[in-house]
Design a protein around this ligand. Structure first.
Ligand code: SF4
Length: 516
């Protein structure tokens, strides 16, 4: 183990002055040593003038600062469907409109396709209230938490505070799935424009953008896009010669925030452990540094300039009565074509797999579609006509989660899959609340036992009971949704659980007992 030279560490930490710089300081130390050595804690605390306990609690919380990085279980065990980075949709609808057709490193290329026109329109001819009402009538809902964006803007615009913030999180929630990475690297300006319009609508003067450090290309292009936007007068003081001032800061960090990102991103930016707080009715109350804050996923922000330019009706023509617009998905697994796709909300799973994905690969047979990663669930053949929209998925016990749709063939074991997904949550949750912490651990213990041929008669009922309790009592959506893979596999593939428990047999030949 390399010993720490205080002089060298002080050089590494140069310019980092307060607790708001804690994450940056930890990242710099990790970049130098490969992890955060215990001896560095006191030196960081001294340099930033914060308590050692504070530095220790944050350093030990995030995976990326630990001495031994957490293994990406899903990727390691081969269940995550690594999705090709090609765009499958022929018609580039809303969010993917510029991906592949502009030069993301050249602002003029973005401007030539209408980039920053919506910002200009908003700043020069619309009041914040008008903007919010346009977004409200388009039906745009925040793509993760599902609340109406326009309604949230109206209430934030009315809040009186000396400072307000806009926060965007652009993490992908599943290893092997890189929707946000592709969006940010392919079209950074549309994201910035969406954040700028949101800031104007609620009266914010500062925006933060959280992005995983490992998205290096996207990070580089975002920094370049910010520089170019500042040079053109789209950021900084008196935007586009109006009285509106705005700054956007990028904060890169760990890929997984240990609780749902829309909640964890606020303490992360504040330099704290990403533990959730009880904050009804909106997960972002109280906001960043206790101030009114609009928090949204990258996909949500990409839709905003498009709606302002094309009008709310153009957006609401896509989708279902309850879920308007489009959804970006990552299609993978045993389909002929895998990649990133944007579809109208409500397209059926069958259309996605057979019309866009080209059907099942020749040597395979459809067994299930695993939707949404660790917080999603599995649907069987008889539910192939399910509309892909939040409401219809929720009725079947799952959600869009990470946005992945992985097609599974006959060689997949549903008990093993549920175990891997719960294990993923176990490795990444924050453990702050008992229902989440104990529920995930108990589910994982049962699934491990069942997969080893040691399942007990009552295990299926116990899984269902624990899953229901987690849904009712967990503090945030991360563990509430962690039961989805278990509940849906128990519901739709119960015979597989019964074969493991009663016959000590894994029908797919995947679990350890089959290899004995
Ligand atoms: S549900 Fe509880 S344990 Fe799970 S991530 Fe949220 S706060 Fe942490």
């Amino acid at each position: 183990m390399e010993s720490i030279d205080p002089g060298k560490l002080n050089t590494i930490l140069k310019g980092q002055k307060g607790e708001q710089d804690l994450i940056t300081a930890l990242r710099r130390v990790r970049a130098e040593y490969g992890y955060v050595p215990p001896e560095a804690i006191a030196l960081i605390a001294k340099a930033l003038r914060v308590a050692q306990s504070r530095v220790y609690s944050v350093a030990t919380f995030y995976d990326e600062f630990r001495a031994q990085p957490v293994v990406e279980q899903m990727a390691k065990q081969g269940s995550a469907g690594r999705v090709d980075e090609q765009i499958l949709t022929k018609e580039k609808m809303v969010v993917l409109r510029n991906i592949g057709s502009i030069n993301p490193e050249d602002i003029d290329s973005s401007i030539a396709t209408g980039g920053y026109d919506a910002l200009k329109k908003a700043l020069t001819s619309m009041s914040p209230g008008e903007l919010a009402r346009v977004i409200l009538s388009s039906g745009l809902k925040e793509r993760d938490s599902g609340f109406p964006v326009g309604g949230r803007w109206l209430s934030l615009a009315e809040a009186s505070a000396e400072k307000k913030y806009v926060v965007c999180y652009a993490s992908d929630k599943e290893p092997g799935i890189s929707i946000n990475e592709i969006l940010l690297a392919g079209d950074p300006h549309s994201l910035l424009e969406g954040m700028m319009i949101a800031a104007y609508a609620i009266g914010a003067s500062e925006c933060y953008l959280y992005i995983p450090s490992e998205f290096t290309l996207a990070l580089r292009r975002l920094e370049l896009a910010l520089k170019q936007a500042r040079e053109r007068g789209f950021l900084g003081s008196k935007l586009m010669s109006t009285s509106f001032n705005l700054n956007i800061e990028v904060r890169d960090g760990p890929r997984f925030l240990s609780c749902e990102p829309e909640i964890g991103v606020i303490p992360f930016i504040e330099g704290n452990r990403a533990s959730p707080r009880i904050s009804p009715p909106f997960p972002q109350n109280p906001g960043l540094w206790g101030k009114p804050t609009f928090v949204g996923s990258a996909e949500t922000f990409y839709s905003i300039p498009w709606i302002i330019q094309k009008g709310p009706d153009a957006f609401s023509q896509y989708g279902t009565e309850s879920d308007r617009g489009t959804k970006v998905l990552a299609l993978g697994g045993k389909v002929s074509h895998t990649g990133i796709v944007e579809v109208p909300m409500g397209m059926s799973l069958r259309q996605l797999i057979f019309n866009i994905g080209g059907g099942i690969k020749e040597e395979h047979k459809f067994k299930a579609a695993h939707i949404g990663g660790p917080s999603g669930g599995c649907l069987p053949m008889n539910l192939l006509d399910t509309p892909l929209a939040p409401r219809s998925l929720a009725e079947l016990g799952l959600d869009f989660g990470s946005g992945s749709v992985i097609v599974l063939g006959g060689d997949a074991c549903m008990v093993d899959l549920a175990k891997i997904l719960v294990h993923f949550t176990f490795e990444h949750y924050c453990g702050a609340c008992a229902p989440g912490r104990l529920g995930v651990k108990q589910m994982l213990d049962i699934l491990t036992r069942v997969s080893q041929g040691e399942g007990k008669e009552e295990d299926i009922q116990r899984l269902e009971r624990i899953g229901s309790l987690m849904k009712e009592a967990s503090l945030c959506a991360m563990c509430r949704a962690a039961s989805n893979p278990v509940m849906t596999t128990v519901r739709y593939f119960r015979d597989e659980y019964e074969a493991h428990i009663h016959e000590k047999r894994c029908p797919a030949g995947v679990c350890p007992m089959s290899q004995a």
